[in-house]
Write a new protein. Sequence first.
Length: 346
Amino acid sequence: MASKPGHQLVRYLFLKLRPEWRQLDLAEQEAHKEEFGLTLKSFHGKLLLRTYSLAGTRGDCDMMLWQVAEDLETLQAVETVVFSTSLGGYLETPYSYIGMMKQSAYEFPKVRGQEGQTTIAPSDSRYLFVYPFVKKRDWYALPLEQRQAAMNDHVRIGRRYPSVRINTVHSFGLDDQEFMVAFEADDPGDFVDLVMELRESEASAYTERDVPVFTCIQMSIWEMLDTLGGASLAERAEAVEPDADGFVPVAELDELPSGTSRRVYLGTEAVAVFNIDGKYFAVSDRCTHGRGSLSEGKVDRKRCILECPWHGGWFDLATGIPAGGPPVVPIRTFRIKVEGQRILVG
Ligand code: FES
């Protein structure tokens, strides 16, 4: 079942390879890696899936799959097929965390371009620093104004480090921790400085648990698999090749009936696709005003314009040009076509 609109589900799946795998001959290792990589690629269009290596950063895990999906069943499907592969027979799950994207309970001073973010929109940062987070119960007994003031201070410190981007998801009731926190950065030094400074904030005194910490290095599936050692696949071609015109399949036709929209994923980019009385449109899922999720917007079918669900900005679906409201920057448009039972975007 899909989560509420705007409530993406997020999973951090950490995997550890058993040492016996390294005793296999190279041909078998190569076949295992290829099957595993193609299996992950088969989820293209169904969820946002980023691959990270932890080789050299932690002893108890080798890889991390950062998954952002519309429902729990998709996360479960990834788990099932990953462990159905030959390589999966040699993998263990030392850690796994889930959470849900939703708006914070606190009001924060707005940063232009980051207002009201309700979808995960990863950057291309090289590193991801991930940890589960639990606050002391005393924190929740404080008056809301005091918690708000402490969080304002926390945010003020964070904004002194613009090169570090934070992604927080809520796990209350879904998993053991309260939040999953993931910082994206290109320089681990910036992150270390930020964490040291945050330790001195008032909110930090109410931390119950913020370990283990995972330092993850972003790379392609094939590069990630090569950090396991054994046969090398890094040079191989990507499995989901665009067709000759640069189009990639993102959904089945029956997943987008007339009058509906949905969020799909083109590589690591979220794309909103629309079927308006048999006419198809594809635009970036992220509003240029404040990152509202446009696949959840309302469509004026007559004029083929889309209203952002956040602050009522309008965009022309064919050109991406703002047609009213606060946005001034056009959204990116994509080419879209139907071939047989498949919808392709390019
Ligand atoms: S986020 Fe403000 S109009 Fe879209």
